[in-house]
Design a protein around this ligand. Structure first.
Ligand SMILES: [Zn+2]
Ligand SMILES: [Zn+2]
Length: 271
């Protein structure tokens, strides 16, 4: 089994204080062969303010240093978790171009409301038992995901955590499932598959293992072939949590490889 975790954060992200060197050491301790650091670049911040730049010099400096430190013990890749590309595709493309040849991998995320609720991050919404607001959050995310995969397909390699709004909706005990949106999700998956993009199994530090088996089955039925796996760790203790289980789920869904990326090209590893 090729143990890889290609969704992780370091102190370059606003919500992490982790040193990349500590994340890499944790990856080696956990037995990972490959780690990709995917720091946040959200074109809308938590409060909904536009962002048009990413600190590439800092990201590349730490990446080069830690890659050298890690040597042969770990394949370290440089990624980016690019949020809200449909909000400002020109800024998204500009930021990705600045990544240059060193940029290995782009996760396409939708963390924010776009065009409603002050463009804030869904994690700040506080759904408080409001089923209508929860439904709007899922529907808005699926709308913008459709825009991402059809109009900004060059702005992502793997579709990150499609269940993101449900993380916060479920915390408030609201019963809403991605299964309620199966047709829309399948339409998105067909486009992801047709354009040779990947679906991310985001195990959310081992806390979300249940969402993925049905989604993987739909993705496969829709012609999907490329699947990435990530813990979404923001601190060393969370690196690789849930990754072995994620790989087992991919295999159980009848997909025989896990995908990583180098210079934005997929590399398939037999499970
Ligand atoms: Zn995310
Ligand atoms: Zn993340």
């Amino acid at each position: 089994m090729y143990l890889c975790d290609i969704h992780s954060h370091s102190k370059i992200s606003p919500d992490s204080r982790a040193e990349l060197s500590d994340m890499a050491r944790a990856a080696v301790s956990a037995g990972l062969r490959e780690l990709c650091v995917t720091d946040h670049c959200d074109l809308l911040d938590l409060d909904g303010n536009p962002v048009t730049a990413f600190d590439w010099p800092a990201a590349k400096e730490q990446y080069r240093r830690v890659k050298q430190e890690a040597g042969a013990s770990l394949t370290l890749r440089l990624g980016l978790e690019l949020g809200s590309a449909p909000y400002d595709p020109a800024a998204a493309r500009d930021i990705l171009a600045q990544g240059g040849e060193e940029l290995d991998f782009v996760l396409g995320s939708l963390h924010n409301w776009i065009g409603m609720e002050g463009n804030r991050d869904l994690c700040t919404s506080g759904f408080h038992g409001d089923l209508a607001l929860s439904r709007r959050a899922v529907e808005s995310t699926l709308d913008h995901t459709w825009t991402l995969v059809t109009k900004c397909a060059d702005c992502y390699d793997s579709l990150a955590h499609i269940v993101y709004p449900l993380r916060y909706i479920h915390q408030e005990g609201i019963s809403l499932s991605i299964g309620d949106y199966e047709d829309r999700v399948r339409t998105i998956f067909k486009e992801v598959a047709k354009t040779d993009h990947a679906l991310e199994v985001n195990v959310y530090r081992g806390k979300d293992l249940d969402s993925w088996p049905p989604l993987l089955a739909w993705f496969k039925e829709c012609g999907g072939r490329l699947v990435t796996v990530g813990s979404d760790a923001h601190r060393p203790a969370d690196v690789a949590l849930g990754i072995p289980e994620g790989l087992e789920m991919i295999k159980a869904a009848g997909l025989d490889c896990v995908t990583t990326y180098r210079q934005r090209k997929p590399e398939l590893h037999k499970l």
